[in-house]
Ligand binder design. Structure first.
Ligand code: PEP
Ligand code: MG
Length: 584
């Protein structure tokens, strides 16, 4: 039966393909298709794990002290009974043999089905047996896990053989570092139950130029493995089991998109200048060094934001050392062929975590916690290592240092002191670096925006992180789909903050850019120009779309209409003023 689900569109375009479902429980286990011909081996692994758990339970049962509570023995007996019942293994064995699911995936699939059935039971005693089954299954999963020599992490749940060109990934939620690993695979679309428009997962999805819709509540429960799907990344729809008419409609849209994409390519070589002759600079945001290749190809005049923390994710060993970091930064500089590169120092915490092998991953998961520069200042040796690596790279290109999430004068002082110290260390070692390397600050905490003169005095350049500035000004967790409808870049408070930051920086003669997602949204380009922005930094996939808007714009006219927008606090008044501005 055809039905549609609605969510938050985060990456444009239309994808048509088959669902590869990564279930919630399965996210915690290894999740892959086994090689053909290894089905019996895998079935044996599962049976061995069952046997192992049975032995464990028997040992526990016989080892129980005489004075142990009776419930303890009863509890172990129930678990032994569940294990002895061949039906628990029956369906997973069938899934291994017929669908080549790995043993842990097969078992969690069956577990999910059983738990659903138990959830519907009214009798409290029987309902509770669902928990027993879960606990038994978890013991078996643990035994399976211990059988495997190589460790299993969240990021290991897919292997390239699962994913094909018509695969649409459907998951409850995906962490940014897992999303990054998907870059290795070629798949066509992406749907999650959770997530917001500017979560880092969404940002990485956009960077893959794959249609994606997030915040599609219950998608992973309602969509089944292998269902045909249409992902409409423009409107935020997911159509499940589409009929022939819908498929034809969307195939037509896809064809139009391809044509439009080809037309856009012609803009690559034109100057980025408005109708009234104002030159605009378009920079790229990158997550990985190799992204720089496309940034240059699409005409970016530099990298406005290199999110260096992505170098530190998905690692099984400790953090990359100075030498390795230096090589990665140099690689970006080399690929950018002399153009400037703002290397942002590690911004972990909140939704971004460091690699599993790192013993230094004690970052906060709250967006208000030990994040970004707060974490770097709490780990001065790691910070100094990164600063030395950037400084060494600066001898070979236009590297600049960009500091995330500053708010306090004390943090600025400590940061600048550590930069001086890193320079001294290199000097003592006799290693080359650019002594006049430019240092910039992200303006993404409202406190920083409100004391901008402090930042204008201490830094060579500023970059506005609208993703966090919106999150912190409006008190909306940018990753939480439950409040995603309140995440509003057009809130008058945001527009007035932006206008004020840009105006002050321009008056002080300090370069100012925007590197948050607002800069890459073509629907907002005219507004950003009206606010006086001339330096935009965005993911390269957005560059030509934004450029097209710039080529059509008249900045003088836009500026004359922006005051009315900034003074409009009533929604109806604001939409009228915005409509008038967008007509310019
Ligand atoms: C921002 O906050 O707008 C920004 C560019 O940084 P990030 O998205 O990495 O937090
Ligand atoms: Mg930020």
């Amino acid at each position: 039966m055809t039905f549609a689900l609605h969510g938050i569109p985060v990456s444009k375009g239309v994808a048509i393909g088959k669902a590869l479902l990564i279930s919630r429980a399965a996210l915690e286990v290894s999740h892959y298709l086994i090689e053909p011909g290894t089905e019996e081996e895998e079935a044996k692994r599962l049976l061995d794990a069952f046997r192992k758990v049975r032995e464990e339970l028997e040992q526990l049962r016989f080892g129980l002290p005489k004075d142990a509570p009776q419930e303890m023995a009863a509890f172990l007996d129930v678990h032994a009974m569940i294990l002895a019942d061949p039906t628990l293994a029956e369906k997973p064995l069938q899934l291994i043999r017929t669908q080549r699911l790995n043993a842990a995936w097969a078992l969690t699939t069956e577990l999910n089905d059983l738990l659903e059935q138990f959830a519907e039971i009214e009798d409290p005693y029987l309902k509770e047996r669902g928990n027993d089954i879960r606990q038994v299954a978890e013991r078996v999963l643990k035994a399976l896990y211990l059988q495997q020599k190589d460790s299993v992490s969240h990021s290991d749940f897919l292997s390239p053989c699962d994913v094909g060109a018509d695969t649409i990934i459907v998951a409850h939620d995906i962490a940014p570092h897992d999303m990054l690993r998907f870059k290795e695979f070629s798949f066509t679309g992406f749907v999650t139950d959770l997530g917001g428009k500017t979560s880092h997962t969404a940002i990485v999805a956009r960077s893959m130029e794959i249609p994606a819709v997030v915040g599609v509540r219950h998608a992973s429960e309602m969509i089944r493995h292998g269902d045909w799907l249409i992902v409409d990344g423009d409107q935020g729809f997911v159509v499940v089991a589409p009929d022939a008419g819908l498929l034809e409609h969307y195939r037509h849209l896809q064809a139009q998109e391809i044509q439009e994409f080809q037309k856009l390519q012609q803009l690559k070589y034109s100057k980025t200048r408005t109708q009234d002759g104002v030159n605009i600079e378009l920079f790229a945001n990158i997550e990985l060094p190799e992204d720089a290749t496309q940034a240059v190809e699409l005409g970016a005049v530099g990298v406005g934001l290199f999110r260096s923390e992505f170098l530190f994710m998905n690692r099984n060993e400790a953090m990359p050392g100075e030498e390795q970091q230096y090589k990665e930064y140099r690689r970006v500089l080399d690929l950018m062929q002399g153009l400037p590169v703002n290397i942002r120092t590690i911004d972990v915490g909140a939704d971004k975590v460091l690699g599993a092998g790192s013993d230094l991953s004690q970052t906060g998961t709250s967006p208000l916690g030990l994040r970004a520069i707060r974490w770097s200042l709490a780990e001065p040796e790691i910070f100094l290592t990164q600063l030395r690596a950037i400084l060494r790279a600066s001898a070979y290109g236009q590297a600049r240092i960009l500091i995330p999430m500053l708010a306090h004068a004390k943090e600025i002082d400590e940061t600048l002191t550590l930069i001086t110290k890193a320079k001294q260390q290199l000097h003592q070692r006799g290693q080359a670096f650019n002594p006049n390397i430019q240092v910039g600050a992200m303006i993404e905490v409202p406190a920083a925006a409100l004391v901008l003169p402090l930042f204008l005095q201490r830094f060579d350049f500023l970059s506005i992180g609208t993703n966090d500035l919106i999150q912190y000004t409006l008190a909306i967790d940018r990753t939480d789909h439950a409040v995603a409808h309140l995440y509003d870049p057009l809130h008058p408070a945001i527009l007035n903050l932006l206008a004020s930051i840009i105006r002050q920086a321009k008056n002080a003669g300090i370069p100012i850019s925007v590197c948050g997602e607002m800069a890459g949204d073509p629907a907002l380009t005219k507004l950003m120009l009206a606010l006086g922005l001339t330096d935009f930094s965005m993911h390269f996939s957005q560059l030509l779309l934004v450029k097209r808007e710039i080529l059509r714009a008249n900045v003088g006219e836009l500026k004359s209409r922006v005051e009315a927008v900034l003074n409009a606090f009533e929604p109806s008044q604001q939409s009228q003023a915005l409509e008038y501005l967008f007509q310019a």
